[in-house]
Design a protein around this ligand. Structure first.
Ligand code: 2YC
Length: 280
């Protein structure tokens, strides 16, 4: 799990309206629309649910402790989506206690290992890794103009890559996996094979030479070297740090989606409310 630093976070809250527009330009949908699409629900009913849903974001001091602006940024993303969210005035267990006492509907909180959302009404729990993989896969499908029967390359076979691969396969996508650790791609291949056709690429060079729809879930800078990029690729890159360089992101322009919190938090928010929203 890559740990964000406050430099990764500082421009997110103020940048939400512009980022939302960039997503519309790339996929036809904004932050809420893509997250709802990832969950197969209509954003109209979701927006209604969100308006009456209260959330405390509880800072967690465990481990390496609080990241400046992390909780405030998570709350800003939730408010942008239409949820009534605030940063709890308490941290850790005191924050959980206060949320329950105040009758808050949900809690989001992250230690160094897991970033989770809890629905205090129906006990639903969502994880940032799973939701990030799901929603970035949905975004890639939208950029590709559809998923069914398309070939996708998933780089990085951890929890985010696994969730992304599952979402793409659930819509009929054909998956090739790559991880710098062959044991990791083998393990994921074994888990996914019962679900559908999955291949493993021998090298990133070979994989990128044969794929133009790429989900980069690797937590490694330059996992996708600039020299292997080409103009007809479409890349969704949830990995932190991005596997594509700043220059690569500039070169790909509207054919790449990368963020460090926004889409994953949006997926968590929709995931928490899902029971109560109608299917798409
Ligand atoms: O401020 C706080 O409450 C800290 N305990 C938050 C620590 C978050 C650590 N996790 C991460 O930085 C990454 C993010 C990309 C989201 C999931 N893990």
């Amino acid at each position: 799990m890559t740990r964000l630093v406050s430099g990764d976070i500082k421009g997110i809250s103020a940048g939400l309206p512009a980022y939302d527009q960039r997503l519309v330009f790339r996929t036809g949908m904004g932050l809420l629309g893509i997250a709802c699409h990832g969950h197969g629900v209509s954003d109209v009913s979701m927006r209604e649910q969100m308006a009456s849903f209260t959330v405390h974001v509880v800072p967690v001091t465990a481990g390496q402790g609080i990241i400046s602006q992390f909780s405030a940024t998570v709350a800003a993303i939730l408010n942008f989506l239409g949820i009534q969210a605030r940063v709890s005035p308490q941290t850790d267990n005191a924050g959980i206690d206060l949320a329950c006492k105040e009758g808050v509907d949900g809690i989001l909180m992250a230690d160094d290992h897991q970033f989770v959302g809890l629905n205090l009404r129906n006990r639903k729990v969502v994880g940032n890794s799973e939701e990030t993989g799901r929603v970035f896969a949905a975004a890639l499908g939208l950029m590709a103009g559809g998923i069914s029967a398309e070939e996708f390359l998933v780089v990085g076979c951890g929890p985010v890559g696994e969730a992304a691969a599952k979402r793409l396969m659930s819509e009929g996508g054909r998956i090739t996996l790559f991880d710098i650790d062959p044991a990791a791609s083998e393990r994921l291949h074994k888990r996914l094979s019962p679900v559908g056709q999955v291949c493993i690429a021998g090298s990133i060079d070979e994989a990128l030479a044969h794929h133009s729809l790429i989900l980069d879930a690797s937590p490694a800078a330059n996992a996708i070297p600039d020299r292997l990029l080409d103009a007809n690729m479409r890349i969704a890159a949830p990995g932190v740090p991005s596997g594509i360089s700043d220059m690569g992101i500039e070169y790909l322009q509207e054919r790449v989606i990368h963020d460090k919190l926004e889409l994953g938090v949006a997926g968590m928010a929709v995931g928490l409310l899902i029971e109560s929203a109608s299917r798409e």
